[in-house]
Design a protein. Structure first.
Length: 416
């Protein structure tokens, strides 16, 4: 009998390795690729291509063991895997678990002898992660192709459900991080107006390592802080939450200035996941009468101040020290005394705001560009949340789209 008319007891071979076969309705039925793992003592899968009566072509790939299977999975687009379970139940289930790790997104069927003693083993295989179990009678063309298609669809549904669950968990984690990174200010009794904005960068679903906080202590001093953990991701965001909470607790405990920064650095050094992780921080302590403030900078951009009757300007940076955790054992962050007067606004920000580009070229907004931008908006009468919203919107427009880094802004304005 010619090779193209060869028959097995269950399947017909496809005429030629590349020829498409049309089913009765005149359409090509989608081909499936089945990877069979096992010795196949019955010789059922000895041909490379099989065709059932409905016109569905099944391409057969063979692997004697998991080592061969791994090579084929890397090379071929496999829709489904048929694993023959041997007589050793424990070894067969261990092999199944290993296969599920090798191909977590591929449907898996297990083949057993169909005896009563195999029923328990087959059920255990499905519990471990197989989509279904087959017996020799199920290898008839119509049964097999239907089993493969059902298994593939069940696997797709499982993967979709898993992704949905992961998305929900990610949203919950994002919410927890957001509550930690973006706290409610504690300013009761202060004659100040507060506004803040946080915009995550476009490349991440989670918030990044930017954090801020503002509190008023019993002596009437208003303490404001903004910081940025280098890097992006859940570890950096979690570290930002820890630093923010530690800052609030230490501030209410009476620590301030250099001593507070030294203690925060110790927290960072003990909690960071990598010794190369550091954090920049800007802290402003506003006197109870609101007319002066102390500024501490740890590798962070200087705040922007707008005084009555004057154009906005950057606060002095020459007293700034290194970022927290950048130079182990560092201490002695210097204080800069700032005179504010009766009417003023003070904006703290992270570097995501000034690192946005201007158009398609390499030029970035920078601090000078930010000062000019905020100056124009203040001249237009913007203040508070409107000012921050307008600033972020314009920076995004100049960048030609979403910014790649997170942006955090904190604005304090005198009550005068």
């Amino acid at each position: 009998m010619p090779a193209t008319e060869r028959r097995t007891d269950r399947f017909a071979t496809v005429p030629g390795p590349r020829q498409e076969v049309l089913p009765a309705e005149g359409r090509t039925s989608p081909a499936l690729t089945l990877l069979v793992i096992g010795e196949d003592p019955s010789g059922t899968f000895t041909v490379p291509d099989l065709l059932d009566v409905s016109g569905t072509r099944v391409r057969i790939r063979r692997a004697r063991n998991l080592t061969e299977a791994e090579r084929l999975l890397l090379r071929d687009d496999v829709n489904c895997i048929l694993l023959e379970l041997g007589p050793d139940t424990a070894a067969g289930l261990d092999g199944l678990r290993q296969l599920l790790r090798l191909a977590p997104r591929t449907a898996v069927l297990v083949l057993t002898t169909g005896t009563d003693t195999d029923a328990e083993r087959a059920a255990e295989a499905v519990r471990v992660g197989a989509q279904d179990q087959l017996t020799p009678p199920d290898l008839e063309p119509s049964h097999l192709t239907r089993a493969i298609r059902y298994a593939v669809e069940r696997k797709r549904a499982d993967v979709a459900q898993r992704q949905l669950t992961e998305t929900r968990l990610l949203a919950q984690e994002n919410s927890r991080l957001e509550r930690g990174l973006l706290p409610t200010p504690l300013l009761q009794g202060a004659d100040l107006r507060f506004a803040a904005r946080y915009r995550p960068g476009r490349s991440r679903a989670l918030l990044g390592g930017d954090f801020y906080d503002t509190v008023r202590t019993p002596d009437g001093t208003v303490h404001a802080m903004i910081g940025d953990v280098c890097g992006h991701g859940p570890d950096e965001a979690a570290l930002g939450v820890e630093l923010r909470i530690a800052w609030r607790a230490l501030t209410f405990a009476g620590l301030c200035g250099d001593l507070l920064l030294c203690t925060l650095q110790q927290v960072l050094e003990h909690e960071r996941p990598d010794e190369e992780i550091f954090a920049t921080l800007c802290q402003v302590d506003i006197a109870a009468d609101g007319r002066s403030a102390d500024l501490y900078l740890a590798g962070h951009p200087a705040p922007l101040v707008s005084l009555s009757g004057m154009a906005p300007q950057l606060l002095p940076y020459e007293h700034g020290g290194p970022a927290l955790g950048l130079l182990p054992g560092t201490s002695g962050w210097e204080r800069a005394r700032i005179e504010l007067g009766e009417s003023w606004s003070l904006m703290l920000y992270t570097d995501g705001l000034i690192e946005g580009r201007i158009g398609q070229g390499p030029q970035r907004l920078g601090q000078e560009g930010m000062v000019e931008l905020i100056g124009r908006q203040l001249s237009a009468g913007l203040a508070g949340e409107e000012l921050l919203d307008a600033a972020v919107t314009e920076v995004r427009e100049l960048n030609g789209g979403e910014l790649t880094d997170d942006v955090a802004l904190l604005l304090l304005e005198s009550g005068a």
